[in-house]
Structure formats: C-alpha cells, structure tokens
Design a protein. Sequence first.
Length: 449
Amino acid sequence: MKFKLALLISKLAAWGINLVAKGRGTNLPGKIALKLDPEFISHIKGLDPDKTIFVTGTNGKSTTTNLMAHVFNKSGLKVAANLEGANLIGGVIVSLLKNIGLSGELNADIVLMETDERFLPIIHKQLPARHLCVTNVQKDQVQRNGEPEIIWRKIASVVDENMTMYVNGDEPNALSLGLRAGKCVKYGVDRNSSSFDKQGDFFSVTMPCPVCHEPIEFAAYNIDNIGPFKCSVCGFGGGLNDFQATDIDFDARTFKVAGTKYDFKYSTPYFLYCYVAALAVARSFGVSEEKISEAFSDFALQGGRMETIKAGGKDIKYLRMKQENPETVQSALNVIADDTTRKVFLLGLDELVDFDPHYTNTFYTFDCDFRRLVNSGVEKCICFSGTVAYDAGLRMLYDGFDEEKLVILPTNDDEAIFSELAKCECDNVYLITWLHKFESLAEYAKAHA
C-alpha cells in the first residue's frame, strides 16, 4: 500500500508540474516517492539489473546516454532513460515513473540512466545495475568533488564480479576501475589529426598511475589526460581496446570501428569518445552494426552548446562550458580554433559563486592547450573579470599570444565589456565565460538593442 500511494502521488505531482511548467519536474516527484516509500525502486515490478545500464564519469555522460538511447530506440527497443540530465536519485525515479503503470509494472526493455558520479553509490543501492559505463574520471568542480581519487573511490565502491563495465581504455582512472569488474569492455580512439603532445612544454605534467602511482606516459593526447598511454614502471595500460575508433576524418565527420564506417556530426574528439562508448554498449546488447550506423547518422543533441548574442552589429558566439572543468574549456577552445577567419576572443573567467566559501581558480586553464587558438586568427583577445583578468591574460601570453593584441579589463561590468568590444572592427566574436555571466551579458544586449 505504501508503494501504491507513493506511485500515485508522485505521478500526480509529475503531471501537475508538467502542466504548469513543462520540463521542470525532473526531480521533485522522485523525492516525493522516496519520502512516502524509501524502498520505492525495489518495489517496481519487472526491473531487471541485467538490463539496467548506468552511465557515469566526469565528462560526456549526457551525450553518451542520449546516443545510447537513440541507438536502442532505432533498434526497436523501448528504453526508460533520464535524457533530461536529471542524474540524482530523484531524477532517476522520475524517468522510471514515465514508464510505470498504476499497477507498478515497468514497461521498458532497457533501463538506461545517467548517474552523477558522487551519488552513484546511493543510486546503485536502490537500483543495482549490472552494467556500468565510465566515460572518464578527471578534475571537476574541485569545491564539490575534491580531487579525482575521491570520485574514483565512490565509483569503485559499487563495482564487483557481477558487473560488466564499459570503460574508456585511453583514460587511466576509468581503465583501472575496469580491473575490479567481472567483465570489462574497453573502448578508445586512435591518434588523429586533433591529437597533441606535451613533450617539452613548460607546463607539461602527467598523472600518477592508479595502480602503482608512478608517472603515466602518454603516447599522444586525444583529450587532456586521455589517449594511448602506459605506466612507466608497472606497464599498466598499453593494451588493445575492444572497440577502437580508427580512420578518423574530422572534415568528412566519419570514423571506423573494426572496418565499419560510421558518421558523427560533432567534429571534436570529446564527442567521438561518446560515440565509441555508445557503440561498445549497443554491440554488447546485440544491436547490429547496421542499426548503430543508421542511428549515428541522424543523431542530434537537443539544445546545443553554442548560443549567440547580437550586439552592435556583432555576433557574439557563446560556448557553454563549466569553468570548473578543463575538458569543457579545451573543447570550447578547439571549436573556436576551428574557425580560422578573423575573430575577437572574449575570455571571462571569474569567481565561482556556488556555495560558501566562493572561490577563484585558473589552474584548469593550465591543463589546456591554447596554441591552436592563438594561431587561428585571433586579432584581439579581451580578458575581463573582477578577480582574475590578469591571470587569464598571462595564460594567453604563455602560449604565445601577441601582447599588443591583448586587452585586460579588470571588471565584470556589462557596459564596460560591450564598450571595449565596440572598439573592435571585427564582427566575428567568440565568448568563453561561466553561464551566469553569459546570461547577464545577453540581458544587457537585449535591453540596449
């Protein structure tokens, strides 16, 4: 009776929220269900851990989950998935609610859930999935997560001999987690035209081997701290991946796995890893290469990562990213560098206002490679910030940017930023900053249009 009551009330809550604010009720109904029945998930009929997949990791969770769901749906399977990105326990329950009748029976062939890596043990306790895909374990939101080993331990706590893991074989932390599973399926990406190295770089650092803690040696970087690697002492890594992307053509946006060619719409290595992860999971669940290829060819992310502000005849293209994550910064830099025409670059790193104590840092930028951007036709770089404008400017200079083209604007004042931008003749403008500042600039531009 407790479960039935929780099911009915949480469904009514989801319906009501969706009625007045469509798309907003991604967590609250799940919290209500758990409040009324703390064992709510375990009471759902038809939930099969062998047909339940979790996707977790620092970067790429949402894209990988959406890709997998698209592939499964294309193959005729009904999927219960949290594609809105609500990846805490409440969001998982809301996604299940959409696929549960009033009888409490699950109507889905596969349960596919993006899970926040910090809350994975809590979610797994309620829903003991036997399939886990780990994209990577890297620096992210240091105020919340601390350092990557803390997250590694949280993920490791749910892994046992009954689990099948799908891990990024080019990322040491993810690969080491696979050693703990009953079955480990590895995926990776060949060195390609976007790969880089750090040998001889002044800021070059590596990472400790997760097995013996000695330095890791990367043969190349496809993404920062992700690429073909081997431990310099114990030899960890260096093996073959089960699913390997080869023949990568970023212009044609194609790649091959085991000789079969696939399309991918997003010409960055960041997205390519998501594609190969989705392929590895889908093939393990019996989906044919033909169906996967068909799904990849028409996949499109909802609500892209680029937005545009129009101001003073200029198009200011904003790359959505987390200031607290080096990979999202690097991906944004790569997108800008791909445009080799004349452009202005606005860089607004700043204090992160999340919870007390607020903090500033620029150390993520030292994990990134600015050289392609510096050499891609940037005729002026404006570094603005109330706290770290000079630090950001120095990072540009360290990678060879011409000091004569650099403007330091030690303020967050919207009027001052647009006034400085108005001095530039070039109408092609790119912006990297945190979301709150983008929204402030967008509101100012709209009010002064």
